[in-house]
Each structure stands twice: as structure tokens, then as C-alpha cells.
Design a protein around this ligand. Structure first.
Ligand SMILES: CC(C)(COP(=O)(O)OP(=O)(O)OC[C@H]1O[C@@H](n2cnc3c(N)ncnc32)[C@H](O)[C@@H]1OP(=O)(O)O)[C@@H](O)C(=O)NCCC(=O)NCCS
Length: 177
């Protein structure tokens, strides 16, 4: 059982200086709550081991937001991938956004923006050259969010989602963050 004192130990940021919401690193015992947020807010579901593997491999950039009662209300997770550079035969590290969601009652308070900017800073530890993500072409809200952080649409991935919807492939050069 986690005490309130322990919960606060790795909290490292408030959101817009609002003491009601905090961002901290995710822990294994948070995963059921993270999955709960994911299942309510996004059509893409993943099995428990998928989350656990990402948490084990890239714990610095798997973040959650909690409210003042300690309830998990949002999460973000990334993985690092090696990919060929556009300009040479070298392989470079890319930060690939796996998933982000904020519970519906807590939106438009800057929580997603805070999760993104904190996790993008944290993932720099892996010497990222580029941040990349996919987003449904119909997900205007998320596209606006990414554009706010200077992501640009690079291409369209046809039929990317299980239901056949296309994705925008959006990227941001690490130098521009
Ligand atoms: C997309 C999502 C994560 C945004 O979370 P959020 O905490 O409400 O976003 P923020 O409050 O940090 O908003 C940051 C910026 O994003 C844009 N934005 C967020 N919600 C918006 C909306 N409803 N309409 C237009 N722009 C919006 C705005 O530019 C906003 O900045 P502003 O408030 O200064 O104008 C949230 O709506 C969500 O969880 N959606 C369902 C899951 C999802 O689509 N995930 C993305 C999958 S790729």
C-alpha cells in the first residue's frame, strides 16, 4: 500500500502552477488506473504486458497526472526506436509517442501539454533526434495540441488504424523543442 508521503516523493511538477494536479512518473501499481483511463478515452486498447514492458524499458518518459485525491486522470507513454537518418546511412534515435489521454472531466486545463513537455524533456536522455507520432486524421483536438508544440504533419499513413481510419504522421526535430 502506498502512503501519501511515498506518492509525493517522485512528483516533480504541478500543472500551470495549479496545486490540484500533479505530474509524476508512473509506477507498476498505477498501471490498472492508466489502463482504465485508456479504455474510457481511446479506441486503441493494449494488454497489460504492453504497458508493463514500456514502463520497464522507458520509465523516465511514462508519466501520469493525478488530482489532489491521488486519482490518476491522465497518462503519457513513449518508446525509443532506432531508425535510419534521412540524410545518411546512420541510425538515429526517435522518440515515438505511444499514447496520451486525459480523462474527459479534466480536459482543457493544460494537463496534456504539461505531460507532453515534461516527457519530451525526459526522453532527451536517449539522445533523441526527432519526436514522432501518429494521430487519427479526424482527431482535431489532438492535432491542435501537437501543433501547439510545433509538430508538423509529415505524411499520411493510409488505413493505419484497425477500423481503417488514416493517420497523420507528425514529427518535430529535437532541436526545435
Ligand atoms: C487530446 C487530449 C489529450 C488533450 O488533452 P487536454 O489536457 O485537454 O489538452 P490541453 O488542455 O493541454 O490543451 C493544450 C492545447 O491543445 C489544444 N486543444 C486541446 N483541446 C482542444 C479542443 N477541444 N479544441 C481545440 N483545441 C484543443 C489547444 O491548442 C490547447 O491549448 P489552449 O488551451 O491554450 O488553447 C484530450 O482531449 C484527450 O485525452 N483526448 C482523447 C484521447 C486522444 O485523442 N489522445 C490522442 C491520441 S493521438
Amino acid at each position: 500500500m502506498t502512503t501519501n508521503k511515498e506518492t509525493k516523493t517522485n512528483i516533480f511538477n504541478t500543472i500551470k502552477n495549479d496545486p490540484e494536479f500533479w505530474i509524476r512518473k508512473c509506477r507498476s501499481e498505477d498501471l490498472d488506473d492508466v489502463i482504465d483511463v485508456n479504455e474510457k478515452e481511446l479506441p486503441e486498447d493494449y494488454p497489460y504486458f504492453f504497458y508493463k514492458n514500456i514502463l520497464d524499458d522507458f520509465p523516465e518518459c511514462f508519466l501520469v497526472a493525478q488530482n489532489q485525491h491521488g486519482k490518476i486522470i491522465a497518462y503519457i507513454m513513449w518508446r525509443v526506436e532506432k531508425a535510419p537518418s534521412a540524410n545518411s546511412l546512420k541510425y538515429i534515435n526517435k522518440g515515438h509517442l505511444v499514447s496520451i489521454a486525459v480523462s474527459e472531466g479534466f480536459r482543457r486545463k493544460g494537463i496534456a501539454k504539461a505531460l507532453l513537455s515534461n516527457s519530451m524533456k525526459a526522453i532527451q536522455k536517449y539522445k533523441i533526434h526527432e519526436y514522432v507520432l501518429e494521430v487519427r486524421v479526424s482527431n482535431y483536438t489532438a492535432i491542435r495540441l501537437y501543433e501547439k508544440l510545433n509538430y508538423k504533419i509529415e505524411s499520411i499513413k493510409k488505413n493505419y488504424y484497425r477500423d481503417g481510419e488514416n493517420a497523420y504522421f507528425m514529427t518535430l526535430d529535437a532541436k526545435d523543442f
